[in-house]
Design a protein around this ligand. Structure first.
Ligand code: BGP
Length: 464
């Protein structure tokens, strides 16, 4: 038997987001964001036509949910403030009901010894800003800076861990390259501008937080997908993996932690003549306002090979002009989500952060496994026996443990997610939670993994 013991005060918990959990209640004063708008317009784009208003209704059930968090061993929990709830329309006025809700929610967590980690932006652009271009428009950066300042002023006395963005590459990829999310564009020039504005907005929020002399930490949450070349010995494959890494990881990791964009990416953007619009002081702001803390979301690796066909430049440029994705034979898959499961990736990321990013304070801010039709695993005790999830978490935690042993500065592990929640266009297709949610009546039931996680948290580790 090996004992995997974690450092004292390790953060055990889970992550969720406002738009995926809160739901909407008539008269709550929330404005539309891009998902509310898109669902109303094209519900057929969402699995089973389930929209964002039908989420797990944390807005009204948060007290019950905080008790469930306790019962599943949480000492910390991340959610996000919905910008479109706090500042619902273009007048910029603050919705007092939103202020009251977030105060009640955060207080409830604190009273139950669960530290709230709060993120400001989780893909949920308010519609009044999207109508003017969203992240394409510099005005959105200004509006976000104001929103961030308001959040720190309102909730800074109780929230001591802040995050400027969750996975800022996703709005770039999903909204402006691959058409997975609204506004379903595919245009690299737009993608570059969107990403640039997000990175700048993050630095501006960090600047504001520090200027307010708040006494917590502020960071960013990035989904890091380590890029592995098909063949380590093949220099063209290695080079292709390096470019993919620059596009999808270092594009945000470098400015967030080092205050500068990767040279490889700058060279490509210059060559394509799609540099974003930059104001004089911007790069100094990015340089001087880096994160205190890094959240790492890890789900899957990226496997890459050198391009097998010549770059075709007749079409619009895409990241895939520089590499081909590689399907490694024999890879282990989560068939429901279509993502490869590669546990060692989490270790490789932590070691990379240790060696190349100053071993900054970091934690695993998301990791998890979405599975379809979990009802088939209900046993006579009425509980979902999700042994596969326990195995998944355990196998990843072993590598987190190893990285910590080797000096990585990883302070916690948050699972995606606490209770089954709404997964964007996949809606409730795949379930991720420690706690199941019955969509008919909202009933919550702790899964086997939730009980297991409580023991891990209590023992600050596990033995296998
Ligand atoms: C991350 C997001 C989450 C969550 C999770 C699971 O990328 O931060 O919001 O949704 O992935 O992915 P999905 O919901 O697409 O299955």
């Amino acid at each position: 038997m090996t004992n995997y013991q974690f450092p004292e005060k390790f953060w055990w918990g889970s992550a969720a987001s406002g738009p995926q959990t809160e739901g909407r209640v008539a008269g709550d004063g929330k404005g539309d964001n891009i998902f509310d708008y898109w669902f109303a317009k094209e519900p057929e784009k969402f699995f089973d036509q389930v929209g964002p208003e039908k989420t797990s209704q944390v807005y009204t059930k948060y007290q019950e949910d905080v008790q469930l968090m306790k019962q599943t061993g949480h000492n910390s929990f991340r959610t996000s403030i919905q910008w479109s709830r706090l500042i619902p329309d273009e007048t910029g006025e603050i919705n007092q009901q939103a202020v009251d809700f977030y105060n009640r929610y955060f207080n409830e967590l604190l009273e139950n010894d669960i530290e709230p980690f709060v993120n400001l932006y989780h893909f949920d652009m308010p519609m009044y800003l999207q109508k003017k271009g969203g992240w394409l428009n510099r005005e959105t950066v200004d509006a976000y800076e104001r929103y961030a300042k308001i959040c720190f002023e309102l909730f800074g006395s109780k929230v001591k861990k802040w995050f400027t963005h969750n996975e800022p590459i996703v709005p770039v990829e999903a909204g402006y390259l691959y058409r997975w999310h609204y506004p379903e564009e595919s245009d690299m020039k737009m993608a570059v501008q969107v990403g640039y504005h997000e990175a700048l907005s993050s630095a501006l929020a960090i600047k504001a937080y520090h200027e307010q002399k708040q006494d917590g930490q502020i960071g960013i949450i990035l989904n890091l997908t380590p890029s592995y070349p098909r063949d380590e010995e093949n220099s063209a494959d290695v080079q292709a993996a390096k470019i993919a890494d620059a596009f999808f990881n270092r594009s945000f990791l470098d400015p967030a932690v080092k205050g500068e964009f990767p040279q490889e990416l700058i060279a490509i953007v210059k060559e394509l003549d799609i540099l974003p619009e930059i104001k004089d002081e911007d790069l100094t702001i990015i340089k001087e306002n880096t994160v205190d803390l890094l959240g790492i979301n890890y789900y899957q690796p990226r496997r890459v090979k050198a391009k097998e066909t010549e770059k075709i430049r007749s079409g619009a440029p895409m990241p895939e002009d520089y590499f081909d994705n590689y399907k490694m034979p024999g890879r282990k898959m989560n068939p429901y989500r279509g993502w490869e499961i590669y546990e060692k990736g989490i270790y490789d990321i932590l070691i990379n952060v240790r060696d190349n990013y100053g071993n900054i304070d970091c934690f695993i801010s998301e990791n998890g496994m979405g599975v379809e039709n979990e009802a088939r695993f209900i046993q006579s005790d009425g509980m979902i026996h999700d042994d596969y999830r326990i195995e998944f978490v355990q196998d990843h935690l072993k590598y987190v443990h190893q990285a910590i042993q080797e000096g990585a500065n990883c302070l916690g592990y948050h699972m995606w997610t606490c209770m089954d929640n709404w997964s964007w266009t996949n809606a409730y297709k795949n379930r991720y939670g420690f706690i199941s949610v019955n969509l008919e009546d909202g009933k919550r039931t702790i899964k086997k993994s939730g009980h297991w996680f409580k023991e891990v948290s209590q023992q600050n580790g596990f033995s296998v």
